[in-house]
Ligand binder design. Structure first.
Ligand SMILES: *[C@@H]1O[C@H](CO)[C@@H](O)[C@H](O)[C@H]1NC(C)=O
Ligand SMILES: *[C@@H]1O[C@H](CO)[C@@H](O)[C@H](O)[C@H]1NC(C)=O
Length: 498
């Protein structure tokens, strides 16, 4: 997909057409000249107010304490600074207000500032990317001043940066570190990839930039060797929802990309790219607004292993909560965490690993099996079982099932074998051939032990056929399995009985 080709052409065009903009080197020269004077930030800091647009919001000005008072800044409250990313149109994106509102409405005693660097962001991408260091320094200077003058501890400050803004937060943190201070927390929301991927930790967001760093990667799909969001881990905990490459409801197809371009121009293209890129922001907002639907994510070596259900383990901080209420456990190495989400808010899904013993006498089959789960709180829809490999011999297969509602503790399963047209066809032929005498029952699977682990509750349970130890299933048949726990330590109910 030529997304980046299109992107670069658009960028170069828009850059050439706009002579007003400062070139990178001129901005740098100006910046250098100003170094001797009291620090003069190029970004603007606006305080959140529910009634006002950002353009009208009260501005906190460096070295001007009266602006803090007039803006209603309360130095005894924690501080969150939201930082936007690259700007194609110089406008403030709507998510900024949504995030600020979510923070303010759920945290109450909190100061929410918006680091507005639109003049530096509304540039050709490489220039905007270079400017992130300047904005990082602006934020560091503001925080040093706030700590020294009105005792807002830097260690209690939380920077939330989207796209290029994530690297800005990183540069703010490393600037503070140079003056012997440690920033509290950085949250990187789909940190930008181009010009940062593969760079040394000092040239991008990294775990060294704050006491605790978390990042959510939502659009790391590669086009021509580049991805909009950075793929590599950059935090203590790096979340990769749905594998991180793209997001449900955001599938980008070349056809509709060009259709969008011709119909809506640049904006249509931008919306399309933004869907998955911006999903990180909305996942974070979700964590603030839906406290009863906190999302758990699980450490895993890669997405393929996660899709087999192999990683739903919470021991030793292997799992964590996505978003604002993450457990801030510092680790020496970045942990990659995986999870599945819905395509709309609330994004939470419930994860189950199934381990199922299958036996077949036919050499290799690829049965289209599906499963329905019944729990203490409800029943799931019928969901397809996707086995990564074909079924042969006598083996245990592992797969992941995700549900978008909480059905409580699992009580019963029903597995069915869809009578795929291919089988039906073949089967009718076989029946004709075998009409005289053969007792062969056609394609058949024997289902042995079924073990289930629920990620969200960490509960393990076993399921057995209602009658014997194992049961056979044929196309267009459905079989029931009921709970039959063998291991007393695996069930919460049994453990709590003492
Ligand atoms: C700051 O907040 C504290 C409580 O959180 C409150 O007692 C105090 O009056 C506030 N200060 C100002 C200037 O609003
Ligand atoms: C499959 O193997 C398991 C042991 O691994 C055994 O208990 C079971 O009887 C075997 N099933 C069949 C149908 O051979």
């Amino acid at each position: 997909m030529a997304v980046f080709k299109v992107l670069s052409i658009l960028l170069i065009t828009s850059h050439l057409c706009d002579g007003r903009r400062t070139r990178g080197n001129r901005a740098d020269a100006e910046f250098g000249m100003k170094m001797k004077m009291p620090y003069e930030p190029q970004s603007v800091f606006r305080i959140y107010s529910p009634e006002l647009d950002w353009d009208d919001a009260c501005m906190v000005k460096l070295y001007q304490p009266h602006t803090l008072q007039s803006c209603g800044f309360n130095s005894s409250h924690p501080l969150v600074i939201i930082t936007h990313g690259w700007s194609m149109d110089g406008m403030t994106e709507r998510w900024v207000k949504k995030l600020a509102t979510a923070l303010k409405s759920t945290q109450k005693d909190i100061n929410v500032l918006f680091a507005d660097w639109r003049t530096l962001a509304h540039q050709h991408y490489p220039i905007a990317a270079q400017n992130t260091r300047i904005v990082g320094q602006d934020i560091a200077q503001l925080l040093i001043w706030l700590e020294d003058v009105i005792q807002v501890p830097v260690s209690k400050v939380h920077l939330i940066g989207y796209s290029l803004g994530a690297h800005i937060a990183g540069f703010a943190g490393s600037n503070l570190a140079m003056s012997g201070r440690t920033l509290g927390r950085i949250t990187g929301l789909d940190p930008a990839g181009p010009m940062f991927e593969g760079m040394s930790p000092t040239d991008r967001l990294s775990p060294d930039d704050a006491r605790f760093v978390d990042a959510i990667h939502t659009f790391t799909q590669q086009h021509m060797g580049l991805s909009v969001g950075i793929k590599q881990p950059v935090a203590h905990y790096d979340f990769y929802p749905n594998g991180g490459s793209s997001q449900p409801g955001c599938q980008l197809h070349v056809q509709n990309l060009y259709a969008h371009l011709s119909q809506y121009g640049l904006m249509g293209f931008e919306q399309n790219v933004k869907c998955a890129h911006e999903r990180a922001v909305h996942l974070f907002i979700d964590s603030l607004l839906n406290k009863d639907k906190q999302i758990t994510a699980y450490k895993c070596s890669n997405n393929e292993a996660f899709n087999k259900g192999a990683c739903l383990d919470c021991r030793k901080n292997r799992c964590n909560t996505l978003g604002f209420d993450i457990r801030k456990v510092r680790t020496s190495r970045s942990k990659r965490l995986y999870l599945k989400t819905r395509s709309l808010m609330p994004y939470k899904m419930y994860h189950f690993q199934f381990r199922i013993q299958l036996f077949t006498q036919i050499e290799k089959i690829d049965p289209s099996l599906s499963i329905t789960l019944t729990g203490t709180l409800g029943e799931s829809e019928t969901l397809p079982i996707s086995l990564v490999e074909e079924v042969s011999g006598n083996k245990t297969y592992s797969f992941l099932i995700t549900l978008d509602t909480d059905i409580g503790d699992l009580m019963m399963l029903s597995i069915s074998w869809e009578d795929a047209p291919l089988w039906a066809n073949m089967w009718s032929k076989m029946k004709t051939v075998m009409l005289w005498g053969s007792k062969d029952k056609g394609p058949q699977l024997t289902i042995g032990k079924i073990r289930v682990k629920a990620g969200e509750t960490q509960q393990k349970s076993g399921f057995c056929a209602q009658s014997e130890g194992s049961v056979s299933i044929q196309p267009s048949e459905q079989k029931q399995f009921v709970r039959c726990d063998e291991n007393p330590h695996s069930s919460r109910r049994v453990t709590s009985r003492r």
